[in-house]
Design a protein around this ligand. Structure first.
Ligand SMILES: NC(=O)c1ccc[n+]([C@@H]2O[C@H](COP(=O)([O-])OP(=O)(O)OC[C@H]3O[C@@H](n4cnc5c(N)ncnc54)[C@H](OP(=O)(O)O)[C@@H]3O)[C@@H](O)[C@H]2O)c1
Length: 343
């Protein structure tokens, strides 16, 4: 048995009022499991929403929290139903550094906001050697979400050249990875943010960084930076508040990928304009790569092949013991890139 500690909550509330640090006895890893010492935890907006009941409902209470992390393998269980390690090129060894894949971590029973955990070998992903622990902890949610959304929109390393890709809420940890991927693959990139100070930082990552707090400013600024041609692809988590501007600013035949609806759960779309412009509007979640045969492996291969060009920006590293306060900080949206917790 190993004694571990993890953050849990018993009812929906603000993170600072909800989370409690509690002990948990862990067994030796069973078939298909590893025991992992957490080195760094990548924080996601969905976790801020989850604690408050604004994400997928908790399966049970108390619930753990956290979907991605990097850790050191302490012990390896016998091969399980998925084999020793589906996505790494090298066999698992005690002492090696691995990442946990969002979508394969059971947030309720285990979660990554903890010091030591038992995880499925099927949840492990490789870590670029040159990365710090904090960078590695912030890689895979971004790559699974953004490389997958780009692929869905027809943007890949071989097709990106000549395309203009708009990333809204570009200062988010997702947005930063999307900008870096699209630019590395050869696309022209446009980044939107509501903040003038973040726009200045984003200008170092994008061909065009624009300040857009509403639909009207989006239309004006995209027209200006694209010479009225519009964008070919947009990846958007903002939703309703931006939809009129996005659809007005899209080039004929453009693809708009929606991966969240920050500004409203029941959006209204100007379908007539979409018809006239031959637009495609699609939803995306990180669960698509788990459904489409070969896509997860492809995305992980991209993440590793372009690791040096897409290194996550670590906005700040905080102590795991301050997780409730740092989740509150994440909710204020003042950061650019990834907030990371370290034990
Ligand atoms: N579909 C999926 O599978 C999936 C996977 C991962 C993440 N997501 C979603 O992707 C988004 C980014 O996640 P993250 O963890 O990277 O978040 P994050 O780092 O906390 O960034 C969130 C960003 O959203 C922007 N924002 C917040 N409220 C806004 C509003 N009212 N209008 C316009 N922009 C607003 C802010 O950008 P500015 O302050 O710069 O304007 C902020 O930086 C989240 O909504 C998350 O739920 C979806």
């Amino acid at each position: 048995m190993t004694t571990s500690h993890r953050w849990q909550f018993d009812a929906y509330n603000k993170p600072v009022d909800a989370l409690a640090w509690r002990p948990q006895e862990l067994t030796e890893p069973g078939p298909g499991q590893v025991l992992l010492k957490i080195l760094a935890v990548g924080m996601n907006r969905s976790e801020f929403n989850y604690v408050q009941g604004n994400y997928a409902p908790a399966r049970a209470f108390p619930s753990g929290i956290g979907q991605e992390a990097v850790g050191e393998i302490l012990a390896i269980g016998p091969a399980g139903p998925h084999g020793p390690q589906p996505y790494g090129k090298t066999p698992l060894t005690v002492g090696s550094r691995v990442a946990l894949l969002p979508g394969r971590v059971d947030m309720c029973d285990m979660g990554t906001y903890r010091d030591i955990g038992l995880f499925d070998q099927a949840a492990l992903a490789p870590v670029p050697e040159s990365y710090t622990d904090a960078e590695a902890a912030g890689l895979w949610m971004g790559v699974l979400t953004m490389a997958g959304a780009l692929e869905l929109a027809g943007i890949t390393p071989t097709t990106a050249k000549g395309k203009t890709v708009l990333i809204t809420a570009a200062s988010s940890s997702m947005g930063v990875i999307a900008l870096k991927l699209a630019k590395t693959w050869g696309a022209t990139t446009i980044a939107s943010t509501r903040s003038a100070s973040k726009a200045a930082q984003l200008a170092t990552l994008s061909d065009h960084a624009i300040v857009a707090s509403d639909s009207a400013s989006l239309i004006t600024e995209i027209a200006s930076v694209t010479d009225k041609k519009g964008f070919d692809v947009a990846l958007d988590p903002v939703g309703q508040a931006f939809y009129p501007g996005l659809i007005e600013s899209a080039a004929v035949g453009a693809n708009i990928i929606s991966y969240e609806m920050i500004t409203g759960r029941e959006p209204v779309l100007p379908i007539a304009l979409m018809m006239m412009k031959d637009l495609t509007f699609r939803g995306y979640t990180i669960f698509r790569p788990y459904r489409v045969p070969g896509l997860l492996t492809q995305i992980i291969d991209w993440g590793m092949a372009y690791a040096d060009q897409i290194t996550p920006i670590v906005a700040a590293t905080h102590a795991l013991s301050n997780a409730p306060e740092v989740l509150d900080e994440l909710g204020r949206c003042e950061h650019l890139g990834k907030l990371v917790l370290v034990p």
